[in-house]
Design a protein around this ligand. Structure first.
Ligand code: TXA
Ligand code: MG
Length: 324
């Protein structure tokens, strides 16, 4: 007999069983969870997020050993990643086992994105629910991901049935997504686990798909606050802030050693981990302070810095809020 399930966890599990939506804390960002086998519940996730149907969801499992329940003969790379990193912030794309989850989950594709999150509350829910759960980030499509229960409440309000409060997310950026369906694994989204670490664990070079951290201008708008975001190199920080101030914009700044006159200091990250942990929090603070523009210094280096650069570049290519 298992141990008694805490009441909060039980409430979340009951809601999932009833086809309702649950905001679930994970180590990366909060997810908007629903029963992956319930097509109606999955459709509601798309609806609440305002997400196009062709944009597939990540399936969350309680243990790596359950991968073969949803994946048709997972590749060696997928199994190795699961073994090395799960529970943890890596998502693998595998061939979908037909009938395992609602077809809507992967937007009609024959592949499925899967991970095991590393958060005690999420694992308790997944364990007790004992079936696959979809959980895209719990924000409206294209906006900033939530890293606290309060963020979710502010964004989604009554559209989410239960919010499980697991505190601030430890990492603050989304999982690294690795396509394991081809000959060699390829990163589709840089994220919390550095590409270099994947390469070293798998003992082979893992490439990043060309458009995953692509050239400015080619990136789809994503991870964006209402304020516009200008991502810049350290050298151009000061002139950028001054130009924007001269135009009369209310400017907020993010950068370790970068503070400029009348601009509102949103954050001064001392390393890439702190930058990742606080980034979405600072972007949200820009909106709370009704700033027009955020000038953010791009962090240098590999690992988490690459994930932060990716998110900043995507945020900086968003259309103005009023167009959304
Ligand atoms: O850290 C995370 O991954 C968070 C937490 C909540 O687990 N989830 C998350 O989900 O970021 P979401 O839905 O916001 O992002 C999922 C990404 C999308 O960019 C989607 O295109 C990609 O995963 N994806 C999902 N299924 C896919 C598939 N079958 N093939 C390729 N990409 C896929
Ligand atoms: Mg998202």
């Amino acid at each position: 007999m298992g141990a008694a399930v805490p009441i909060e966890i039980q409430r979340a599990v009951d809601a999932l069983r009833a086809g309702r939506l649950v905001a679930l804390p994970t180590e990366t960002v909060y997810g908007l969870a629903a029963d992956a086998t319930n097509a109606t519940a999955v459709r509601r996730v798309f609806e609440v997020k305002g997400r196009p149907a062709g944009h597939p969801l990540i399936v969350h499992l309680g243990a790596a050993s359950r991968l073969s329940n949803v994946a048709a003969t997972p590749s060696g790379a997928a199994l190795a990643i699961g073994e090395a990193f799960w529970p943890g912030p890596v998502t693998v794309v595998v061939a979908r086992r037909s009938g395992s989850v609602a077809a809507e989950v992967s937007g009609g594709r024959d592949t499925l994105a899967v991970r095991v999150p590393d958060h005690p509350a999420a694992l308790a829910v997944l364990d007790s629910f004992d079936a696959p759960v979809v959980a895209p980030s719990a924000n409206r499509f294209g906006r900033v991901s939530p890293t606290s229960a309060a963020d979710v409440r502010r964004d989604l309000g009554d559209d989410v049935d239960v919010i499980l409060d697991g505190g601030r997310c430890a990492l603050g950026v989304e999982s690294t997504i690795v396509d394991c369906t081809g000959k060699s694994p390829e990163v589709l989204r840089v994220g919390a686990v550095p590409v270099e670490e994947l390469s070293s664990v798998l003992g082979q070079f893992v490439s990043v798909r060309a458009d995953a951290e692509g050239a400015p201008g080619t990136l789809p708008a994503h991870y964006a606050p209402a304020a516009s975001v200008v991502a810049c190199e350290p050298e151009s920080f000061e002139s950028t802030v001054q130009e924007l101030r001269a135009e009369g914009s209310a400017v907020g700044t993010i950068g370790a050693d970068h503070v400029c006159g009348e601009a509102h200091v949103l954050g001064q990250p001392h390393d890439a981990a702190e930058y990742a942990h606080e980034l979405y929090h600072w972007l949200r603070a820009a909106d709370e302070n009704e700033l027009d523009v955020v000038v953010a210094v791009l962090p240098a280096g590999a690992g988490l810095a690459a994930a932060v650069r990716d998110r900043l570049r995507r945020a900086s290519h968003a259309r103005p809020y009023s167009d959304q």
